[in-house]
Ligand binder design. Structure first.
Ligand code: ATP
Ligand code: MG
Length: 647
């Protein structure tokens, strides 16, 4: 079966075109007659321009133009151009019914009869306001973005072309790198790199990486125009167009020199704090142990000395006693060092001229150090005196020199130098003036692990029986107790520098008493009545025995209270020797009470600790540090009585 469609009539075709045109709302499509009067009007025209067909049909199209365009005769010219050239096309402002304007794209085509006669014009208008707005806002945002980027001063933000030539430059780049825009645009960015990095091909590698993976990020040294270096954080991003073609690179550089330095200082401070906390903790432990040992050793030493005196020489016994005494003395030296580390030893603070002390010591140490090690000394002429205990400082320097020697089995050099330092802010030091004493060697140095533990008590890398590991601990203790500090720098193969910071002695502190070490037992000039006070019965017995052996008469008391009782009954007591650390009353308090009762009776205080409390009383008594031997005891008794006699 075949149903034929009815042939389309001319009128039917026209109707359909009209429907089509009428339906279009995105374009205003309408006809003008030859003179420019509107003869048709579609939905799009109504939408853009706001007129319904009844209002506008028969009106002249020039009403869609702005006053200026009308005044300049644009509507007429447009039709003329269309008629003469077959087409008129333009973008421009057009006016709506409500007087508002819109940006329009306008095309006018002439409509001619088959014979070529001009019938009118077809006008197609498109509202481009939206598009124009978008373009405008894009332009504005680009402009703002450019201003933003150019104005940023904390970051160098600039563009490179694909070969690495600079083609934009912001304020930050100018500030950080020192080049003005005119100087640098068109130059290759590799000039910001160091010579070494350039030789290594780093700039090209950076671009290659960015091109490859889209992004390159790194920190490194960069060069400013004036040749100075800064530590930079650099990011390079590849820029590609819509087709993925590489069109250049965005480079953002930040100067983080300051941050890096702050960071480093912070880490150093943290490290120093950690170190000092560790030392503090270990110090307390060591101090406690050493204190007990000190008392035990005193009892052992004192008793042994008395035994040796009382037992007639016997080749089977005497060498053994000597041996035992030597062992106990070695032990005493160790506990002394431990106390030193724990900052609990008696220090005789004086204003010390470090250079002359070092010179004297080094001459003396020549033999210990050996001929294949050269010793240099460098001191400025006017170095201020430092406040410390000169004997302990000697011991400390001796330790450092021996450590240096041990680190240079094949020879080398030790340089001792000093220079004044002013401290404003420091994790371990109070603000003030210091002398920095440096003992540097050219030895094997230390790795990080060794360096971080070197000051710990009993840490040693020397074989069993060779090192006690207390040398640096003692030096550290001395430094801390003097109000200074000890720090070391070392790298394997690069030698070691030990820095001992000591506070400058204030102007009032003259050189202290000579304090020559007294040696040899003093025989008692006369028989004295001595009161010995100690809460530790072992020590008390020992002290009493030694005094007794020296020919004195001895009374004992095991507390301050008891001592004062005894004193009341015996005003003829010539001398009181009391321990400082006792429950109830301290030795200093006993001393003051004695002074109050009987000002003529001298008091000697024995102690293994540097008792701050005792110092705080402001009363100064002669002091004897534990452990002491009989000769020390004899010496201080002798000295004290002489001083009393002299006043
Ligand atoms: N100048 C130095 N060069 C290389 N290493 C050193 C130096 N000074 C110290 N050390 C290291 O630090 C460790 C601890 O030193 P410290 O002086 O405290 O103890 P010691 O020297 O081992 O024992 P002692 O001091 O009793 O002889 C040493 O064993 C050594 O490993
Ligand atoms: Mg040592």
């Amino acid at each position: 079966m075949n149903i034929a469609e009815p042939p389309e009539t001319q009128a039917g075709v026209e109707d359909r075109y009209r429907l089509l045109v009428d339906a279009i709302t995105d374009y205003a499509i309408y006809m003008l007659d030859r003179d420019g009067f509107v003869t048709s009007w579609n939905a799009g025209a109504q939408r853009f321009k706001g007129y319904v067909p009844a209002e506008i049909l028969g009106e002249h199209f020039s009403r869609f133009y702005t006053d200026e365009d009308r005044a300049s005769g644009l509507p007429k010219r447009a039709l003329q151009t269309a008629a003469e050239e077959g087409r008129f096309e333009q973008e421009g402002w057009r006016v709506r019914k409500d007087g508002g304007t819109f940006w329009a794209h306008v095309v006018i085509d002439p409509v001619r009869s088959p014979s070529g006669e001009l019938l009118g014009f077809a006008k197609i208008t498109r509202d481009l306001s939206e598009r124009k707005k978008a373009a405008e806002s894009l332009r504005r945002s680009e402009e703002q973005f450019r201003l933003l980027v150019e104005g940023v001063t904390d970051y160098a933000i600039y563009m490179l072309d694909p070969t690495g030539l600079v083609n934009s430059w912001n304020a930050g780049a100018a500030r950080i790198k020192g080049y003005a825009r005119e100087e640098i645009v068109g130059q290759h960015f590799s000039r910001f790199y160091t010579e070494e990095d350039r030789t290594a091909g780093d700039p090209a590698k950076a671009l290659a990486t960015a091109a490859d993976v889209g992004r390159f990020e790194k920190e490194g040294w960069r060069i400013r125009k004036d040749g100075s270096r800064f530590w930079a954080h650099v990011v390079i991003d590849a820029i590609r167009d819509d087709q993925g073609e590489l069109i250049g690179f965005a480079k953002v550089t930040r100067d983080i020199t300051e941050r890096m330095e702050t960071q480093r200082a912070l880490e150093e401070t943290r490290e120093a704090l950690f170190q000092s906390q560790k030392m503090e903790a270990v110090g307390q432990l060591t101090g406690g142990i050493a204190h007990d040992f000190n008392n035990l050793l005193m009892a052992v030493l004192g008793s042994l000395e008395l035994v040796r005196k009382r037992v007639p020489y016997d080749p089977r016994i005497t060498p053994l006693i000597d041996n035992a005494i030597q062992g106990a003395e070695r032990g005493a030296v160790l506990t002394q060092r431990m106390l030193a580390f724990a900052r609990k030893q008696e220090l005789k603070m004086e204003a010390v001229d470090a250079p002359s002390l070092v010179r004297g010591l080094m001459n003396f140490l020549d033999r210990t150090i050996g001929p294949n090690i050269e010793v240099n000394m460098r001191f400025p002429g006017d170095l201020p005196r430092v406040r410390t205990d000169p004997y302990q400082l000697e011991a400390a320097l001796m330790n450092l020199a021996v450590n240096a020697r041990d680190a240079m089995p094949g020879g080398g050099s030790i340089t001792v130098s000093a220079r004044p330092e002013r401290v404003r802010e420091h994790p371990a030091l109070e603000a003030g003036d210091y002398v920095r004493l440096v003992v540097a060697d050219t030895g094997e140095g230390m790795d990080e692990a060794t360096l971080s533990r070197a000051m710990e008590p009993f840490f040693t890398t020397k074989g069993v029986g060779k090192g006690t590991g207390l040398g640096l601990s003692m030096v550290h203790g001395l430094a801390a107790q003097s109000g200074g500090w000890l720090t070391m720098k070392s790298r394997p193969g690069a030698g070691t520098q030990v820095e001992l910071w000591l506070p400058v002695a204030s102007a009032g502190q003259s050189e202290g008493p000579a304090g020559e070490a007294s040696d040899g037992p003093f025989g008692a000039a006369r028989r004295l009545l001595i009161l010995a006070v100690d809460d530790d019965s072992l020590v008390l017995t020992n002290t009493a025995a030694m005094l007794d052996d020296l020919g004195h008469e001895v009374l004992v008391a095991s507390s301050g209270k008891e001592a004062l009782e005894v004193l009341k009954g015996r005003p003829d007591i010539d001398l009181v020797i009391t321990d400082e650390v006792m429950p109830g009353m301290t030795g200093s308090q006993v001393g003051e009470a004695v002074r109050a009762m009987n000002p003529a009776t001298p008091v000697i205080i024995t102690s293994g600790f540097a008792e701050l409390a005792a110092k705080a009383t402001g009363v100064d008594f002669p002091r004897l540090s534990k452990p002491f031997g009989q000769s020390d005891l004899a010496a201080i008794v002798h000295e004290t009585l002489e001083t009393v006699a002299a006043t």
